[in-house]
Ligand binder design. Sequence first.
Ligand SMILES: Cc1cc2nc3c(=O)[nH]c(=O)nc-3n(C[C@H](O)[C@H](O)[C@H](O)COP(=O)(O)OP(=O)(O)OC[C@H]3O[C@@H](n4cnc5c(N)ncnc54)[C@H](O)[C@@H]3O)c2cc1C
Length: 452
Amino acid sequence: MSGAFFNTEGISALLQQLDVKKLVELSKKIDLIQVVKNLNSMDESQLNMMLKMFNQKPKHRELPEIDGDFYDVFHTLSPEQRELQLKVRHFMETEIKPIVNDYWLRDEFPYEIIPKLRELNICGLTYEGYGCPNLPFLMEGVVAMEMARVDASIATFFGVQSGLSMGSIYMCGSEEQKQKWLPQMQNLEKIGAFALTEPEVGSGAAGGLTTTCKKTDEGWILNGQKKWIGNATFADLIIIWARDVDDNQVKGFIVEKDNPGFSVEKIKGKMALRIVQNGLITLTNCIVTEDNRLQNANSFKDTGNVLRMTRAGVAWMATGCARGAYESALDYTRKRKQFGKPIASFQMIQGHLVEMLSNLTAMQTMVFRLSQMQDEGILKDEHASLAKVFCTMRTRDIVSRAREVMGGNGILLEHDVARFVADSEAIYSYEGTKEINSLIVGRSITGFSAFV
Ligand SMILES: Cc1cc2nc3c(=O)[nH]c(=O)nc-3n(C[C@H](O)[C@H](O)[C@H](O)COP(=O)(O)OP(=O)(O)OC[C@H]3O[C@@H](n4cnc5c(N)ncnc54)[C@H](O)[C@@H]3O)c2cc1C
C-alpha cells in the first residue's frame, strides 16, 4: 500500500480531528475495528472507491411529513370515515387547488365543479332520508375542515347549501317540503341560499328583522332587503326569514329565484371569500304561497336551531383554514433559504411554527369534542359559540404568522396563504361576530345576559 495516508504525521493529524462522541455513535452502527482491519487487505482501487464514498456530499436529508394533525386527533375515525376524509382532501387538492386563486382574483364562482362535487355524495351528510348519507356530525365537521384546508370559499358555498339552506328545510319544513326539495338539493341539482341578515340588521337579527311578511288571500306578501346572502346570485331557492306583521314572530319562506317581486344584486369589491357570490336581495310585494312557508318555523327560536348546527361547522372551517395556512407555511420555510440555510432552521421561525401548531392542535381537539357533543345530542348554543369564537380568533393569529414567515411572498396569491389571511376575516365575522358569540357564552356562564 502507498504510504500517502499512513505516514505518522497523517495518522496523528487524523486522530486530532476525530470527534470521540461521533465515533462512539458510529460504533453503535458499524464494527469500527473490523473496518480498520479491512483497510489492511484493501488494494489501491478499493481504497480509492472508499475515499470517493467519503468525499461524497451527504444525500438530501429526508424531512418529516407535513401534517397539521400533530396529536393524531383523527386516528379514531373508522376506516370508512378516514376514506371519506381523504376522498374530500383529494377532490380539493386536485379539482380546486389548481383553479382557486384565479377564480378568487376574478371574483367568480367555478360552476363546473358542481357535477364533480355531486360525485362525492356529501351534501346533507348528517340528515336521515331524502337521499342523504346520514353520517355523524363529526364527519360533517371533518368535511368542512378538509374543504377549508384548501379553500374557505368553496367550504362556505358548501356550508350554505348543505347546512344553512338544506338544514332550514330539514329542521323546519313539512314532510312534503322535505320530499320536494331535499333530494334535489342533496345531489346539487338545486342550489340554496339562506337570507337572514339585512343592510341595517346583522347582529341584532333575533329581535330586529325589518323584512316583513303578511298573510293575505293571495298568499304571503314579503317586503324588505337581505344583505350578504351567500350563493344568492345563482341559487334556485332562497330561505327568507321575515317578521310577521300580525304576530311579530319570525317566519321562514322558500322563495324561488323566478318569483315575481324577488331581485338580487351581486355584492362587489369584497376583500375576502371572493369566490362566494354574496347578494343583496330586494323583496317588493313578493308573493309566496302557503306551501312555500316553512311549516315548522314559528319563531326566531327555530332559526336559532339551524344556526346552532351550522355554527359548529364554521368553527371547523376556521380550523381547516388555519391548517391549510400552517401546512403551506411549514412547507415554504423548509424550502426557502436565507444565509445559506433553510429558514425553517432558524429559531425564531420555529417559534412561529410551534405557536401556530399549538393553536391548531387546540382547535382540532376542541372541534372534535364539539361534534362528539353534537352526536351525543348535548350541544348547546354556548358550546357552538365558544368554539366559533376561539377557532376564528386563533385562525386569524395562525394565518398572520403564516404570512409573516413567508416574507414578501406571503402577500402573493400564488402561495395561497394571502387568500387564507383575507378569508379568515370573513369567517371571523359571519354566523355571529366574536362579540355576539362571546355574549352567548357569557350569558351561559354568568347567568346574566349582556345583550342590549
Ligand atoms: C362573507 C359573508 C358572508 C355572509 N353570508 C351570509 C349569509 O349567507 N346569510 C346571512 O343571512 N348572512 C350572511 N352574512 C352576514 C353575517 O352573518 C353578518 O355580517 C354578521 O352577523 C355581523 O353582522 P353585521 O355585519 O351587520 O355587523 P353589525 O351587527 O353591524 O356589527 C358591527 C360590530 O358591532 C358589534 N356589536 C353588535 N352588537 C353588539 C353588542 N350588543 N355588544 C357588543 N358588540 C356588538 C359586532 O360584534 C361588530 O363588531 C355574511 C357575512 C359575510 C361577511
